[in-house]
Design a protein around this ligand. Structure first.
Ligand SMILES: *[C@@H]1O[C@H](CO)[C@@H](O)[C@H](O)[C@H]1NC(C)=O
Ligand SMILES: *[C@@H]1O[C@H](CO)[C@@H](O)[C@H](O)[C@H]1NC(C)=O
Ligand SMILES: *[C@@H]1O[C@H](CO)[C@@H](O)[C@H](O)[C@H]1NC(C)=O
Length: 205
């Protein structure tokens, strides 16, 4: 009797284990879009960040991305390189320097490949097209933000969309800061902070 019971327990364990591994395999097979924010330096009223979207989907090309998020304080985007927001919003309380966007939920789109070089950064300006295995970046200067790793607040409610594609994004996570290696490979530098968001394909629309 006892040996029958333990044999059943072993079978149950094996079954639940194989279910677990197959569902893990399925989610990693489908891949994801990871959006990474690297805070490169602090400024008098905020920070400069490089945002990079990685298409880790093996099969699915993104035909033209749009990203959005919600600020949790009174952040504004002073300037942007390699992408732009679709709306400036109400910047009427700024008199001298006018921000690129004062929206609480900015919507960001990519620039075209022919963008003037002084408005480009590496890996930018692909009209939002993101082939499998590739990445796309833009840079933004954020003001009215925290100016240290204790006070900077991550954007929340991140969305990533493309024509006929719907994605679901997870929470913004504060992760181990990215390390960068200089072109001559003789020096490592580090982002001040790094935030990751992972989005998975939900359905075709
Ligand atoms: C997203 O995909 C990459 C590459 O396959 C993988 O390393 C990473 O763990 C995935 N992220 C999540 C949160 O599943
Ligand atoms: C934003 O996200 C928070 C928690 O992640 C959630 O409670 C809230 O409802 C979301 N707001 C909107 C407008 O989606
Ligand atoms: C954050 O995203 C980057 C780019 O995909 C990845 O290299 C890094 O490992 C991620 N960090 C964590 C903790 O998932």
């Amino acid at each position: 009797m006892e040996s029958l019971f333990s044999a059943m327990m072993i079978v149950l364990l094996l079954v639940s284990f194989s279910c677990l591994t197959s569902s893990e395999a399925r989610s990693s097979n489908n891949g994801n879009i990871t959006v990474k924010w690297d805070l490169m330096n602090w400024t008098p009223d905020g920070y400069v960040a490089v945002v990079t979207a990685y298409n880790y989907q093996k099969q699915r090309s993104v035909p033209g991305w749009t990203m959005s998020w919600r600020w949790t304080k009174k952040e504004v985007i002073w300037s942007m390189v390699g992408a732009q927001t679709t709306e400036q919003g109400d910047c009427s309380k700024f008199k001298f320097n006018i921000p690129h966007s004062c929206m609480r939920k900015p919507i960001v789109v990519d620039l075209l490949p022919g963008t003037p070089y002084n408005q480009q950064i590496a890996n930018c300006c692909k009209n939002g097209i993101l082939k499998p295995g590739l990445e796309s970046s833009f840079q933004l200067a954020v003001g009215n933000a925290g100016t240290s790793s204790k006070t900077a607040r991550m954007p929340v409610n991140f969305t990533f969309t493309a024509p006929k594609q719907q994605y679901i994004c997870g929470p913004t996570k504060n992760v181990r800061p990215t390390r960068f290696i200089t072109a001559d490979k003789r020096r490592m530098t580090r982002a001040m902070m790094t935030w990751n968001i992972t989005c998975v394909f939900h359905k075709a629309t």
